[in-house]
Write a protein that binds this ligand. Structure first.
Ligand SMILES: [Zn+2]
Length: 225
């Protein structure tokens, strides 16, 4: 089981705060029987250089439970090398028309194919995440505006010769998504008093993917992940 925790706004803050953080209560059996089982250290590429973080796993010592829990900071994505924020910055650059994949890859220090895969993944996720936002915002009594194609992007996308199937529709959704996600995040935080991950990829992977599986009835009473 993976538990996502919020310790600071980014990987650097997580690296500073995580040594003082310990999980004690087992989320499955509710007993204070969790102990650190093992850990691994990884280097996360960030602006200004790599940051070392320790990812801990906990084992419940209650014999009837014995569950194993990995604690993942909300600024990281499961199985991904780069932090969520780097993908957000890259997507913003691309969606605004300021950078091509090549320029993006150079600025971030990743390969061009990685930059392409990120944007492809984002255009595929954008529709489902947008629908989840729409459903939950409607349940919270908030409307959402129409999808509008920024006029200057028509020429940019045309010059970039975007032809992959569903890519243009995905880019249109992805361009609108950031604002919707922030609106939903604010509304959920107000309704529940929790602090949820900021940014598109952290919100999408850690919150929207779970909300998408849940029917949005009585959202005020539903506890977010
Ligand atoms: Zn347990």
């Amino acid at each position: 089981m993976i538990i996502v925790v919020r310790l600071g706004d980014d990987v650097k803050q997580f690296a500073v705060l995580s040594p003082g953080f310990a999980l004690e209560i087992c989320p499955l059996c509710g007993e204070a029987t969790l102990r650190v089982w093992d850990w691994y250290d990884r280097l996360v590429p960030c602006t200004g250089g790599d940051v070392g973080v320790r990812i801990k796993r906990y084992r419940c010592h209650r014999r009837a439970c014995r569950c194993l829990i990995t604690v993942l900071p909300d600024c990281l994505l499961g199985g991904a090398v780069y932090p969520a924020l780097v993908r957000d910055i890259g997507a913003e650059e691309y969606l605004s028309g300021r950078s091509t994949y090549q320029q993006l890859a150079q600025a971030i220090g990743c390969s061009q194919s990685t930059a392409w895969r990120w944007m492809r993944a984002q255009t595929r996720q954008a529709g489902p995440w947008l629908n989840t936002c729409r459903r939950w915002l409607a349940d919270l009594g908030l409307g959402v505006g129409p999808l509008v194609l920024p006029e200057h992007m028509r020429a940019v996308w045309h010059s970039w010769r975007i032809r992959a199937e569903g890519m243009l529709e995905g880019l249109l959704c992805a361009g609108a998504l950031g604002e919707w996600v922030e609106t939903l995040r604010d509304a959920l935080q107000r309704a529940r008093g929790h602090v949820l991950p900021g940014g598109l990829w952290a919100s999408g992977s850690h919150v929207l993917d779970r909300l998408g599986l849940a029917p949005p009835h009585n959202a005020e009473r539903r506890v977010p992940p």
